[in-house]
Ligand binder design. Structure first.
Ligand code: AP5
Length: 224
C-alpha cells in the first residue's frame, strides 16, 4: 500500500517534526522543500544563490522553480510507494502542479494534514528552535531540549553544536506568517473541497501526542 501525504501548517507548526516521524514509521521519504533549499545554500550552488534572497526575506521562492524541483524529486525511485511532502505545496499554483503530476503518474494523494497552532505560539517556538547541522534533528530549547545543552543527542562521541536558522529571527518569522496567511492558508479550502483535509491541533500537546493523532487519522483512512 502507498502513502502520499502533504503536511500543511504555518511556519513552526511542527510540519518537519511530524513529517520525519511519518517517514520513519511508514518507510517513505520525507521531502522538505525548505531542507532542499538550505542544503543548496550550504553547498553554495547556483540554486542556493538563486533562492537565498527569498529565504532571507521570509518570502516564497517562485512557484515555477519550486514545482520543477518537487516534480523531479517525486519521480525518483524511492518515491514509488509514496512520500511525505513538508512545506510543499504552499500556493494554489503549487497544489495544482502537484495534482497534475499525480494525474500523470496515475497516483492519488491520500491525505493533507493541517497542523493548527496560534501565531503567538509559533513566534515563541521558532525563537527557541535549534537543529543539528549533521543529522537534521530538530530541538526546541523550551519544549524539546537536547539532553546536553547546545549539543545534538544523536552524534555519539562527537560534539555537534546545534544551530539556529537565520530566518528564525523574530522580524523574519513575522513576515513568514504574513506570507503564510496570504498565500498558503487558502490551500486549506482547496484540500477541504477535495475531501483530503484533516485538521490536527498542534498546540498544547507534545510532539508524541500530535503524532498519535496523525497515526489515528492514517489508521481510519487505511493508510499504512
Ligand atoms: P521551510 O523550511 O519549509 O519553513 P516553514 O514552512 O516556515 O516551516 P518551519 O520549518 O519553520 O517549521 P515546521 O512547521 O517544520 O516546524 P518544526 O517541526 O521545525 O521553508 C523555509 C523557506 O524556504 C520559506 O520561508 C521559503 O522562503 C522557502 N520555501 C520552502 N518551501 C517553499 C515552497 N513550497 N514554495 C516557496 N518557497 C518555499 O517545529 C518548530 C519548532 O517547534 C521546533 O523547535 C520544534 O522542536 C517545536 N515543536 C514541534 N512540535 C511541537 C509541539 N507539539 N509542541 C511544542 N513545540 C513543538
Amino acid at each position: 500500500m502507498s502513502a502520499r501525504v502533504v503536511m500543511l501548517g504555518a511556519p513552526g507548526a511542527g510540519k518537519g517534526t511530524q513529517a520525519k516521524r511519518i517517514a520513519e514509521l511508514h518507510g517513505i521519504p520525507h521531502i522538505s522543500t525548505g531542507d532542499i533549499f538550505r542544503a543548496h545554500l550550504e553547498r553554495g550552488t547556483d540554486l542556493g544563490q538563486q533562492v537565498k534572497p527569498f529565504l532571507d526575506a521570509g518570502h516564497l521562492v517562485p512557484d515555477d522553480l519550486v514545482c520543477r524541483i518537487v516534480v523531479h524529486r517525486v519521480r525518483e525511485a524511492d518515491c514509488v510507494n509514496g512520500y511525505v511532502l513538508d512545506g510543499f505545496p504552499r500556493s494554489l499554483p503549487q497544489a495544482q502542479a502537484l495534482q497534475r503530476e499525480l494525474n500523470v503518474e496515475g497516483a492519488v494523494l491520500d491525505v493533507a494534514i493541517n497542523l493548527a497552532v496560534p501565531d503567538d505560539e509559533l513566534v515563541e517556538r521558532l525563537a527557541a528552535r535549534r537543529s543539528c547541522p549533521k543529522c537534521g534533528r530538530i530541538y526546541n530549547l523550551r519544549f524539546e531540549p537536547p539532553r546536553r545543552n547546545g549539543y545534538c543527542d544523536f552524534e555519539g562521541e562527537e560534539d555537534v553544536a546545534l544551530v539556529q536558522r537565520p530566518d528564525d529571527q523574530e522580524s523574519t518569522v513575522r513576515e513568514r506568517l504574513v506570507v503564510y496567511h496570504r498565500t498558503t492558508e487558502p490551500l486549506l479550502a482547496f484540500y477541504r473541497d477535495t475531501g483530503l483535509l484533516r485538521q490536527v491541533s498542534g498546540s498544547g500537546k507534545s510532539p508524541e501526542e500530535v503524532s498519535a493523532q496523525i497515526e489515528e487519522i492514517f489508521c481510519a483512512l487505511g493508510v499504512n
